[in-house]
Design a protein around this ligand. Structure first.
Ligand code: GLN
Length: 194
C-alpha cells in the first residue's frame, strides 16, 4: 500500500504591494502551497501568512482601504505570521522614522530605513540560532529593531542589532530570505504552522 503523503501547508502571502511573488516561489521551494491574499475571505483559507517586504506606509494605507487591518490582527491572534522587512514593520509595537501605526502583534520597536543612505542595501552573512551554518541575508532599505521585549527571542543579529526575531507563533526578519535560494528561514516559519 502506498504511504500517505501529508497535505501541504497552505500559506497566504499578503499581495497588496511589495515582493509577494518572490515569497510565493520561496514557499513553494520550501514545500508549502502559497496562496495570494487580498481580502478577509482569503484569510479564512490559510494556515499561516507572510507579509512581504515593500513599502510599509503604502501597505498600511492599502490595508486600511481594503478593511483588512482588523481581520489581519484577529488572524495574528490565532495563526502564525512571518513579516519580512516592511512586513516586520507592520507587525511591530512601535514604528519610528517617521512614526506610523502598526499591528502590534510583536513586542518589538523598529526604526525605518535605519542603516542610512550610503548603506541602503547589502548582503551580510548571519549565523542564526537553530539553523545549521551560515546564512546569506539580503538587506534592502532595512529597518533596525531597536527594542525586543516580553518573550520575543532574538535568533540572529547583525552589527549588534536583532535581524531575525520570533515571539510565540510569529517570526520577523529585517532582511529578505525570499531573495536567496536558501529555504531554511521559510522552513523555520513553516515549523510554526500547525
Ligand atoms: N524601507 C521600507 C519601509 O520602510 C522597507 C523596505 C523593504 O521592505 N525592503 O517600509
Amino acid at each position: 500500500m502506498a504511504e500517505e503523503v501529508p497535505a501541504k501547508k497552505r500559506i497566504g502571502v499578503l499581495a497588496l504591494q511589495g515582493d509577494f511573488e518572490a515569497h510565493g516561489k520561496a514557499l513553494a521551494r520550501a514545500g508549502a502551497e502559497a496562496v495570494e491574499v487580498r481580502s478577509a475571505d482569503d484569510l479564512q483559507n490559510v494556515d499561516g501568512l507572510v507579509i512581504p517586504g515593500g513599502e510599509s506606509t503604502t501597505m498600511w494605507k492599502l490595508l486600511e482601504e481594503e478593511n483588512l487591518l482588523e481581520p489581519l490582527r484577529a488572524f495574528g491572534l490565532r495563526r502564525p505570521i512571518f513579516g519580512t522587512c516592511a512586513g516586520a514593520i507592520l507587525l511591530a509595537s512601535d514604528v519610528s522614522n517617521p512614526h506610523q501605526p502598526s499591528l502590534g502583534l510583536m513586542d518589538i520597536d523598529v526604526e525605518r530605513n535605519a542603516y542610512g543612505r550610503q548603506l541602503e542595501s547589502r548582503i551580510a552573512t548571519l549565523q542564526p540560532e537553530g539553523l545549521n551554518g551560515d546564512l546569506e541575508a539580503v538587506f534592502i532599505r532595512a529597518p533596525i529593531i531597536r527594542r525586543v521585549g516580553g518573550d520575543a527571542k532574538v535568533l540572529a543579529s547583525y552589527q549588534g542589532n536583532p535581524v531575525l526575531v520570533e515571539q510565540g507563533r510569529h517570526l520577523v526578519a529585517t532582511f529578505h530570505p525570499e531573495l536567496t535560494s536558501d529555504t531554511r528561514v521559510h522552513l523555520m516559519f513553516l515549523d510554526k504552522v500547525p
